[in-house]
Structure formats: structure tokens, C-alpha cells
Design a protein around this ligand. Structure first.
Ligand code: AKG
Length: 272
């Protein structure tokens, strides 16, 4: 087959393997400045936020929303899910220097009721990611297996809300390391199994996993999910809209975060 464009190549590779990496998106200075702001928040977290600030963090600050909705990122997302795009969440994963926590093999869709499963994550690197600092790893082709059973370990060294872990044997040698420079992104399907090791370096590893949904997807189960339309038109209205933040961690932003996260507190936010 003759592939006419870069878009064809990326979307065909993604449908076959369940991921695509790396893609250039944000200027590296923009990513690194955001990482610095996140380190300041992480080391001195605002006290008045009722839910984990790093989940659905795009509701809390205009500059976090700005990264998730940046046209250079959305151009890549459009190649996978088309022109009508919602952001359901932007979850920030901070691995501190010499941090012990890891992320076990899991599928993001494990706790989500979505029909069809067409959510794509754009994982935006805010620092470089390497084998040493706990970059993600993808297991190609797992998106074709539908939902795989997970066990909940609640292990102390897991950075996931329930320490969930896929219950099948994973052959790590077949996995793909997601090596990114700050500002680059990687894309993965919500059924693609992925994991990441602890950070063995003296520097932070920070990424933002933004969950993008095409407007035709419906929620089929669980507490209500909400979203923001960031490109195109929504002819379906399947998701309630979250407000776009205007300030950084202001009163309205914190209230919007609370409204959106509250229904998910009982599930340890695994359905948010
Ligand atoms: O940041 C990581 O290492 C893992 C991210 C992740 O599990 C996700 O995007 O769902």
C-alpha cells in the first residue's frame, strides 16, 4: 500500500500496534517551564483542594489546560480520532528523584465504561524520559484484546490509585520503551497495556497523560464523566462540559475540580 501522508502512516501504525511514539509537539522550553511549576506545586501542594490535584489537573490551571489543548498536540490527536475532540482528563505523573514508586502493567480503560473504546492518551513529556528515570513502556497489540482482568494490589510502591495490575504474564522483552525529549508526545490506545519503573536518577521525571475522546463516544457505565470540547463540534452531547479554567488554582477552578471529581471519590478516582 502506498501511504500518502504522515497522517496515514501514524494512524495505520497506531491501529495495528496501539501506540505511536515519538512526536514533536511543544517547544522544549515550554515543557520544562511547566515541569518547574509542577515541582513547586508538588513540593508545596495547595491545601484547599479536596481531591488529588494531579488528576484532572487541567481544570485547576489555565496553563495546564493550555498545554493539553495546544494546537500542536491536538494536530496529532486529530490524526487518530478525527476533528471533534473532547478532553476528559489531564493526569500529571510526577516521579521524584530516586522515587520508589512504579506503575504496574495496566490498561487505562480497566475502570472506564466507554462505548466504543476510542479514547487516546497523549502523554506529554515535560522532562526528558529515559530508561533510568522510569519512562513508560508499551506492550504492542494489547489494545486488540479488549479488557484484560486486573488484580488490585494496593501495593505501597504503586503509583496507581488501586495498585491495579494486569493478571496475565507480560513478556517485557517485547515491550517498547517510550523515550521522549521534553515537549514530545507519545500516543496510546486506552486498551494498550503499559507500565513504568521507578526513577533511579537525581532529577524529576514528569509527564502529563491527557485523555482525548472523539465526540461520538458514549459513557456506558460508572459515575458521570465530564469533558471539555477543545476542537471541532460536538453533535452528540454525550458528556457534561467542565468549565475552561481562567486562572491558576483560583477559587472557581478549585470548585470546578471538586464538582467534576466528587462523583469519583468512592472509586478512588479510577473512574474519573
Ligand atoms: O507516567 C507514567 O509512567 C504512566 C502513565 C500512565 O499510566 C497513564 O498514562 O495511564
Amino acid at each position: 500500500m502506498q501511504l500518502s501522508t504522515d497522517k496515514d502512516y501514524i494512524s495505520i501504525f497506531y491501529s495495528k500496534h496501539g501506540y505511536y511514539t515519538p512526536l514533536n509537539a511543544l517547544p522544549s522550553d515550554t515543557a520544562k517551564q511547566a515541569a518547574q511549576r509542577i515541582i513547586e506545586i508538588e513540593t508545596n501542594p495547595p491545601l484547599n483542594i479536596k481531591h488529588p490535584w494531579n488528576l484532572k489537573a487541567h481544570l485547576l490551571a489555565d496553563w495546564i489546560y493550555g498545554l493539553a489543548a495546544d494546537p500542536s498536540v491536538l494536530d496529532h490527536i486529530e490524526k487518530i480520532i478525527g476533528p471533534n475532540i473532547l478532553i476528559q482528563a489531564a493526569d500529571i505523573f510526577v516521579k521524584p528523584p530516586q522515587g520508589k514508586k512504579k506503575i504496574n502493567w495496566h490498561q487505562d480503560a480497566n475502570y472506564w465504561g466507554l462505548d466504543p473504546f476510542e479514547l487516546v492518551t497523549g502523554w506529554i513529556a515535560l522532562t526528558d524520559t529515559t530508561l533510568e528515570n522510569g519512562c513508560m513502556r508499551y506492550m504492542p497489540g494489547t489494545h486488540k484484546q479488549n479488557k484484560i482482568k486486573h488484580i488490585e494490589t494496593y501495593a505501597e510502591d504503586s503509583a496507581l490509585t488501586r495498585g491495579q495490575e494486569i493478571s496475565i504474564e507480560i513478556d517485557e522483552e517485547k515491550s517498547v520503551p517510550v523515550l521522549l525529549k521534553a515537549g514530545q508526545i507519545a500516543l496510546h490506545h486506552c486498551l494498550t497495556a503499559h507500565a513504568s519503573a521507578p526513577n533511579y536518577t537525581e532529577d524529576y521525571r514528569i509527564g502529563m497523560a491527557v485523555r482525548y475522546i472523539p465526540c461520538h463516544v458514549k459513557q456506558s457505565d460508572g459515575p458521570p464523566m465530564s469533558a471539555i470540547l477543545v476542537r471541532g463540534r460536538d453533535d452528540f452531547g454525550h458528556f457534561k462540559y467542565d468549565p475552561i479554567p481562567k486562572n491558576s488554582f483560583g477559587k472557581n477552578e478549585i470548585r470546578a475540580h471538586d464538582n467534576s471529581m466528587k462523583p469519583h471519590a468512592e472509586t478512588n478516582y479510577s473512574t474519573a
